[in-house]
Design a protein around this ligand. Sequence first.
Ligand code: SF4
Length: 282
Amino acid sequence: MPAPRNLHRAAQEIVDQYGGVFPQDFKAAISLPGIGRTTAGGILSAAFNQPVAILDGNVKRVLARLVALQIPPAKAITHLWQLSEALLDPDHPRDYNQALMDLGATVCLPRKPDCEHCPWQPHCRAYQLGIQSELPMTETRVPLPHKVIGVAVIWNNQEQILIDRRKQSGLLGGLWEFPGGKLEPGETIAACIQREIQEELGIEIEVGDRLITVEHTYSHFRVTLNVHHCRHLSGNPQPIECDEVRWVTLAELDQYPFPKANVQIIEALRGDGDAPLAKFYW
Ligand code: SF4
């Protein structure tokens, strides 16, 4: 929004040079005092339905979350403009830009984005990774390294769950856990889980519904665990990258020490009742 002094100067220029009519040409609009690229885009799309992109603060936040931007928006301005232009609906630029601004102002809020009511939720990478409240990154914050992990709750047809014991050496050594591993660049959570389970345990699984997303911060890094129900398809589980594997019932899980971040998974499983079994087997 132009400052009042610029607004006055811009109005004078519009009267002097354009006969009192706001110019519809982007270059002319952006050359007016106090009119930046976003303001020009906002005016040209709202007033004349021109396909000109916008990128105000709200829009930066929405787009940064949409693609899970891992750097502060200020360092990715060119990329964000390209994204805003690529997404713009050329047939309905006025409605699209207005909807994008409204989304940022009423749904994709800075602190508590209301993802459950967001029309972009199915496409939103930050939502998929469970990191929407941490984005966009700020300039000053030095973020802890962040690992996104795909985790499998693997069921067999005896209604047992596969768990593995971590190697004694290393972080959380000797504790039991639900198997999984780190997401590779460009990989989906489901593909990550399938690959990790094949590499770590040598079995084939089918990845089903998401059970829960768990955020946990350790002293030197933080993790997002994307936990999915999975179904064992074939192969005998092998302790390829762990010390031991076991099939256990839901009730037996209490007998095994799990890291803190996994406790929420067990609680979610208990809260989920028989739903996953019903989905897979009946
Ligand atoms: S799903 Fe959530 S984070 Fe993603 S755009 Fe919608 S409100 Fe924003």
